[in-house]
Design a protein around this ligand. Structure first.
Ligand SMILES: [Zn+2]
Length: 684
C-alpha cells in the first residue's frame, strides 16, 4: 500500500517563525528588503502585505511551510500571527518592548474574486477574498473592549471582557466594579454595508463588513469599492451572519474603465468627422428606431453640462412624455445595461425616501442611514424613473434637490446634507386614454404635473406614435434586429468604445463663449416674446430657467466634442435641439444669429433670384461672387473645406437648414439640386 503523504502540521510559534522569515528575507526586484524597510519606516499603524509577494516567496522557497496557502485559506490566523511576528521583529530591531505598538495588517488583494451574493453563503468562509461592490450604508464608529481590567472598591483587579457581577476575590464580593480605562484595551470599528452594483432595489443581499484602523474612514456611502478581506461567521443578538473583515479598500470608479492616450486620440479624431453627431445619437439604444430628440436628450443628461458659475446647476434633467407603448422606458433600460452608474426604477416600486436616503434596518438589526440611487449616483451617474408624472406624492421630495443638488438628510434622521447632483430621466404617459392630444398643452395632457415641476426639467420631449406607414414598418423591423446586426452596423459606435468615449467626454470642462451667451439671450427673448400668443399654454413653463437650460445643453454638446470652449457648431447644435423641442409643441423659433442663420439667409436670396435649380457648388460660388463685401464673414462661417457636405461639417449644417425650409425643394438627388418654390412658372 502506498502511504499517503501527510501534510506537516505547524505549531503557532513555527508559523510565526515562517512569517518572520518571509518578512525578513523577502527582497523586491531592486533587491531591497521591502517589508523590513516598511517596518523601519512605519509611519502609520498599517503594514500592507502584497499577496503576490507571498506567492513569489513560496514558489522560490524550499521550505515546506506554504505561506501563500496559509494566507489564502486561514486568513484570520495568518493576520493574528503576523501581528505577533511583526511585534517580535520590531522588538529585536529596536530593543525596547513597545506595548502600545498596535499594527493593523493589510493584504492588498486576493486572486479569489467573488460577489456579494457569494460572500453571504458558506463556501468562502475563512478564505481571503476580493469583491467589487457599492457601499450602501455605514454605521457610526463603535468601540469594543478587547482587554477589560475591572477594579473593585478594595482595589482588586479582574481581567475579563464583560463586567463581572461581583468581585471574584475571596471574601470581597464587592459589586459595581469599574473599568480601568487606562489598562484596558479597546478597538474602534465601523460596519460598512455592501451591495452588488446591479441591484438598486432595496431587497437585494447585503454583506456586512467590518473596518478597523485607517480603513474606518476610507469610504463613503455611495462609492464603488473593491475590498479584500476574510469572512467569518459571527453571532449578533442570537442571529448568525457572515462578516467580511476588511484588509484593504480601493475605490474603483476611476479604474474600472481605463482609457489609454491612443484611444483618446482616436475619439478626438472621431469628434471632428462631419457624421460624428448623427452616429453618436444613433449609437444610443440602437434597437430603437429614430426617436433622435429623445436619444439626444438621454445622451445630454448622461454627460451633463459644466458649472459656469458656482451657483448654477450643471446636470440636465429630462422628461419624456407621450403615447404609451413608445420607446420612453426602453431607452432607460438600455442605459442601465450599457452605461455605468445608470439606475432605472419604477416610481411606485419604493418609498420616495428610498430614492434619496432613509433609516433602514440592516440584516444585523442595526438601523442606519442607507442611501438610495439619487445619492449614490451623484456627480457621476443618472437616475431614470418610470411613470414619474403619475406619482404626485414624490414630487415634494424632488423639488429642491432637482434644482440644488442637495438632499437634507435631517428629514430622515441624518445629520448632514447629502449630495444628489444626479440627472433625472423621467417618463410619463398622458392621463386620459393613453393617447397624446396634440391640441393640448403638456400640462393638460399629463393632468397632474404642476407647472413648477415641469420647469425643473431642461428638456421635455414628446414621444409620439409614428403615423407614417413606412416608418412604422421600419420600427417593426428594427425591433427584430439581432444584436449581431447592430454590432456590425458601421453607422453605430460599438458599446465599449461608446462608454469609453462618453466617460472621456465627461472629463472636459468647456467654457461658455461670449458668442454662446448672445445666442442664448436672443433665443430666450424669441421664445419668451411668443408667450403672449394664443398657443402660449403650450410652453407656459418657460421662464428664466430656460437661460440655464440652454447653457447646459450647449456645454454638454461641447463636452461631447471634446472642446475647451463652446464653438459655433456646439451653439448651433444646441440651438437646433431646443428648436426641435419647441417645434414638437408647434412653436417655431428663429435661428438666432448663428452662422447657419447668416449663411442660410444669403442662400435663400440666391435661390430666390435663380432661374434654375442649383447644385451645392453653384450655390457656394454664387455666395462669394454675389456678396464680395462679406468675404470675411463667408470664409469664417463656411470654413475652408469648401462645399462638400461629407467633408465640411459647417456646410452640411447650413445645407440641412436650407433644405428644412418649406420654400426649398430638392429637385434632383444626384447631384443634389435645390430650387425655390415661390413661383413655379419661372423655373425650367
Ligand atoms: Zn474586591
Amino acid at each position: 500500500m502506498i502511504k499517503q503523504e501527510e501534510k506537516p502540521t505547524f505549531t503557532d510559534s513555527a508559523k510565526v517563525d515562517n512569517i518572520k522569515k518571509f518578512i525578513m528575507e523577502f527582497k523586491d526586484k531592486s533587491g531591497n528588503y521591502k517589508y523590513l524597510d516598511r517596518i523601519d519606516n512605519l509611519s502609520s499603524s498599517n503594514l500592507m502585505i502584497e499577496i503576490f509577494d507571498l506567492f513569489d516567496f513560496q514558489r522560490k522557497s524550499t521550505n515546506v511551510f506554504e505561506i501563500w496557502e496559509f494566507f489564502m485559506k486561514q486568513t484570520n490566523e495568518a493576520i493574528q500571527l503576523s501581528k505577533r511576528a511583526i511585534k517580535e521583529i520590531y522588538e529585536a530591531r529596536f530593543g525596547s518592548k513597545d506595548e502600545s505598538l498596535d499594527i493593523e495588517i493589510l493584504v492588498d488583494e486576493s486572486k479569489l474574486e467573488i460577489s456579494v451574493s457569494d460572500a453571504i453563503k458558506d463556501k468562502f468562509v475563512n478564505k481571503l477574498i476580493s469583491l467589487q461592490a457599492r457601499v450602501s450604508g455605514e454605521s457610526e464608529v463603535r468601540v469594543r473592549i478587547t482587554k477589560g481590567i475591572w477594579v473593585c472598591k478594595n482595589g482588586h483587579t479582574t481581567e475579563q471582557l464583560e463586567k463581572p457581577s461581583s468581585c471574584p476575590t475571596l471574601n470581597c464580593n464587592h459589586r459595581d466594579l469599574e473599568l480601568d480605562k487606562t489598562r484596558s484595551k479597546f478597538e474602534h470599528f465601523r460596519n460598512i454595508y455592501l451591495k452588488d452594483f446591479s441591484n438598486v432595489d432595496h431587497n437585494s443581499d447585503t454583506l456586512i463588513c467590518e473596518a478597523q484602523g485607517d480603513l474606518i474612514d476610507s469610504v463613503k456611502v455611495g462609492e464603488t469599492v473593491r475590498v479584500t478581506g476574510f469572512i467569518s461567521i459571527e453571532n449578533n443578538k442570537n442571529k448568525f451572519f457572515n462578516i467580511l473583515h476588511l484588509l484593504n479598500i480601493k475605490k474603483v470608479n476611476e479604474i474600472s474603465y481605463q482609457i489609454t492616450d491612443s484611444e483618446k486620440e482616436i475619439f478626438k479624431e472621431w469628434t471632428s468627422q462631419p457624421s460624428y453627431w448623427d452616429k453618436l445619437i444613433s449609437s444610443i439604444a440602437p434597437n430603437i428606431h429614430n426617436s433622435k430628440l429623445m436619444k439626444a436628450s438621454f445622451l445630454l443628461a448622461f454627460v451633463g453640462g459644466t458649472r459656469w458659475t458656482k451657483n448654477q446647476r450643471y446636470w440636465i434633467n429630462v422628461l419624456v412624455v407621450g403615447d404609451s407603448g413608445t420607446a420612453k422606458s426602453k431607452i432607460a433600460e438600455w442605459g442601465k445595461t450599457v452605461l455605468p452608474d445608470v439606475s432605472w426604477v419604477s416610481s411606485n416600486s419604493g418609498s420616495p425616501k428610498g430614492l434619496f436616503a432613509g433609516q433602514k434596518e440592516q440584516i444585523d438589526g442595526e438601523k442606519i442611514l442607507e442611501a438610495g440611487p439619487m445619492i449614490t449616483s451623484s456627480g457621476r451617474g443618472m437616475l431614470c424613473i418610470d411613470e414619474f408624472v403619475r406619482s404626485k406624492e414624490i414630487f415634494s421630495i424632488f423639488y429642491s434637490p432637482m434644482e440644488t443638488g442637495v438632499f437634507n438628510s435631517a428629514t430622515v434622521g441624518g445629520h448632514a446634507d447629502l449630495p444628489c447632483e444626479t440627472p433625472l430621466y423621467a417618463t410619463g404617459n398622458p392621463k386620459k386614454s393613453n393617447k397624446w392630444d396634440e391640441n393640448k398643452s403638456i400640462l393638460e395632457n399629463l393632468d397632474v404635473v404642476e407647472r413648477s415641476m415641469l420647469s425643473r426639467f431642461d428638456l421635455i420631449v414628446i414621444a409620439k406614435e409614428e403615423e407614417n406607414s413606412k416608418e412604422r414598418k421600419s420600427i417593426a423591423k428594427s425591433i427584430l434586429d439581432s444584436d449581431d446586426e447592430i454590432k456590425t452596423n458601421s453607422n453605430i459606435i460599438d458599446e465599449v468604445s461608446l462608454v469609453k468615449l462618453l466617460l472621456c467626454a465627461k472629463t472636459f470642462n468647456p467654457t461658455l463663449t461670449q458668442k454662446a451667451k448672445e445666442v442664448i439671450a436672443e433665443t430666450f427673448e424669441d421664445i419668451y416674446s411668443k408667450k403672449n400668443s394664443e398657443e402660449s399654454e403650450k410652453f407656459a413653463e418657460t421662464n428664466y430657467r430656460f437661460v440655464g437650460t440652454m447653457a447646459r445643453i450647449i456645454l454638454a454638446i461641447s463636452k461631447l466634442h471634446f472642446h475647451q470652449e463652446t464653438t459655433e457648431e456646439d451653439i448651433t447644435l444646441g440651438h437646433s435641439l431646443v428648436k426641435e423641442m419647441y417645434a414638437q409643441r408647434g412653436l417655431n423659433t428663429n435661428l438666432a444669429n448663428t452662422y447657419i442663420d447668416r449663411i442660410t439667409q444669403l442662400i435663400f436670396e440666391i435661390l430666390k433670384e435663380s432661374k434654375t435649380s442649383m447644385t451645392d457648388l453653384e450655390i457656394h460660388t454664387a455666395l462669394f461672387s454675389k456678396f464680395p463685401e462679406k468675404l470675411d464673414t463667408l470664409r469664417n462661417d463656411i470654413g475652408k473645406e469648401g462645399c462638400s457636405r461629407s467633408k465640411n461639417k459647417r456646410w452640411r449644417s447650413i445645407m440641412d437648414s436650407v433644405e428644412d425650409s418649406v420654400m426649398v425643394e430638392v429637385q434632383q438627388k444626384h447631384p443634389r439640386k435645390l430650387c425655390w418654390l415661390h413661383d413655379q412658372r419661372t423655373l425650367d
